[in-house]
Ligand binder design. Sequence first.
Ligand code: C5P
Length: 239
Amino acid sequence: MQANSSNHHDPKIIVALDYADADSALELVSQLDPALCRLKVGKELFTAAGPQFVEKLASSNFGVFLDLKFHDIPNTVAKACSAASNLGVWMLNVHASGGIEMMQAAKQAVDRSAAKPLLIAVTVLTSMNQETLNQIGIHTDLPTHVLNLARLTQQAGLDGVVCSALEAQMLRSNLGREFCLVTPGIRPANASKDDQSRIVTPADALALGSSYLVIGRPITKAADPLAALEAISKECISA
Ligand code: C5P
């Protein structure tokens, strides 16, 4: 686990590369500093640009979080995690609702790889609410369901979960200081909210127990992305 080392060697900011093609992503990446951030590649960019693109990014100085949220039978997820680990990524993820056997198989596959990336799980997608949870047959109240899945993730030996910064304090107090909490929905105090509604500033997110902050548009759409990254990074150091 690298979650508690200093900002410089273990940057807390993960820039979300929400782009439709490799060229647009690389244009942004060329302006960023790997000492200050890591990069997140999600389903859109991965599907458009492919594993070779991820391998190329991962072999640069940037750590890469491959955000593909695997969810399938244990054997298939284990093989996907093994393939993702072989790309040299720093972090990858699965859905906790795939169950403990699936997560354990994923963890074993990651641990067998040379790169041994951090493996985290998605608990409940933040696009879901109590009503949509009920519709799929889950009648536990949503925060309890999030905590139950995070506990299962920890039991399976994974490194942490993706969660809202607003859930970070509750998860941190229940799961201990080593558990990695990766939080999106972050906005610097003076930034546009875009389509995010429940937002937290970088300093507040870290104070609430976040380990890493996923930040997209406040950096990718800034007139000067490096200046925006540097400003948020300073805010993190002083938090
Ligand atoms: O541009 P913005 O900072 O809102 O981007 C945040 C990133 O985090 C995007 O890649 C988005 O898909 C992801 N994300 C999110 N909210 C969640 C889970 C993931 O914004 N609850």
